[in-house]
Design a protein around this ligand. Structure first.
Ligand SMILES: Cc1ncc(COP(=O)(O)O)c(C=O)c1O
Length: 363
């Protein structure tokens, strides 16, 4: 077994030495200025990352990506609002789980995994039902690696005068997320994916005017209440409860690093790793799930040749130091696996990975 693992996974991801070192800090309390400075810097850096303007606010939640989705979805939908959920993979189903748990009226538009949602069908669904006030969708459907047409759907949502929630957990830091241009009212995100930060911290970027006041929605939970997080952040530069202080500091290092690199450069770096991986896999004779146009910058889904067992393949790869994930749902039976190139992974390591994949499948 190799000592060092290279995580070609869509989270957790590799972090830089700077991020790791930042988290070996001296102990600090959260109810003092030093922590408040971290919190404010993170909020400002997140707003830049989402390309938000001053109509938006950003808050952090201690918890993984699901915590940010649940914080938003448990708090933004009024009792009278109905929801249009667009799904084409596992993470659309996870949004469904959250929305169902809070007993909302949900209208589902389900599309084949690996196929783009039909924008006209969304337009029609909105035109036919005025009670639908929120449209919910995943930006990058991580289970296939598909980049959903967020901008096109955003234009339709705006035209119909509705609101738009987008799960940006695996997209933020790796895709050109722009909440203003794409008419996104509320977006979630997580540190330990394309942002290349620590696990256990996630965030929400929200247009203030799209978040109903505490008087307009019943309080549905305690810890994950978006309005309460916004109130504490905006009024006191604080979190309502004791946060994972170390993760806030790790996120600060990761966001600082990301903005120093420049978001365009980060995306270009991910795109060039993705090209190396896609080309290399095809040279090995493997078939990719998605076309270049619909594939995200950071996740490639690929089928193993018949006769090569995906579970054994993943184990063999890990023995050699490379961690990959098997396909989910119907793709698992079809011998699919995923190569993610999020996080701190140099191009050179992508080339090495391909050589090892070649070695393992020929074995
Ligand atoms: C698009 C998307 N949404 C939500 C999640 C859930 O995030 P977590 O497992 O960090 O709670 C993931 C995880 O991979 C994801 O890719």
């Amino acid at each position: 077994m190799s000592d060092k693992l290279f995580l070609f996974t869509p989270g957790p991801v590799m972090t830089s030495d700077k991020v790791k070192q930042s988290m070996a800090h001296s102990d600090i309390p959260h109810r003092r200025k030093t922590f408040e400075n971290y919190l404010e810097r993170n909020r400002a850096n997140l707003l830049r990352l989402y390309n938000a303007n001053d109509e938006y606010t950003a808050i952090m939640v201690t918890g993984s990506g699901t915590a940010s989705n649940e914080t938003a979805l448990s708090s933004i939908i009024k009792e009278t609002d109905e929801v249009l959920l667009i799904k084409n993979g596992v993470f659309g189903d996870r949004l469904d789980d959250i929305l169902s748990c809070y007993n909302y009226t949900i209208h589902r538009l389900e599309f084949t995994w690996g196929e783009a949602p039909d924008v006209d069908a969304i337009d029609k669904a909105l035109a036919e039902n005025e009670n639908i006030q929120w449209v919910c969708m995943v930006y990058q459907e991580t289970s296939t690696g598909m980049r959903n047409p967020v901008g096109e759907i955003g234009a339709v949502v705006k035209k119909n005068g509705r609101k738009y929630f987008v799960d940006c957990v695996s997209a933020i830091g790796g895709e050109d997320v722009n909440v203003v241009r794409d008419h996104i009212d509320v977006a979630s995100g997580s540190a330990n994916k394309a942002v290349s930060g620590p696990t256990g911290i996630s965030f929400v970027c929200a247009k203030r005017s799209s978040v109903p006041s505490m008087d307009d929605v019943p309080r549905r939970n305690i810890y994950l209440n978006l309005q309460n997080h916004i109130k504490w952040a905006e009024e006191r530069s604080q979190t309502p409860n004791t946060p994972a202080v170390t993760n806030f500091i790790g996120l600060d290092a990761a966001l600082t690093e990301l903005h120093e690199e420049g978001i365009e450069n980060r995306i270009a770096r991910y795109q060039s790793c993705r090209t190396i991986i896609r080309d290399g896999l095809q040279k090995l004779g493997l078939k990719l799930l998605l076309s270049e146009e619909t594939s995200s910058n950071t996740v490639t889904s690929v089928f193993l040749p018949e006769g090569v067992d995906v579970v054994g393949f993943i184990d063999d790869m890990e023995e050699r130091g490379y961690v990959l994930y098997p396909g989910k749902g119907p793709f698992h039976e079809r011998n699919m696996f995923q190569v993610a190139n999020m996080g701190w992974l140099p191009e050179e390591e992508c080339h090495k990975l391909l050589a090892v994949i070649g070695e393992v499948i020929s074995k």
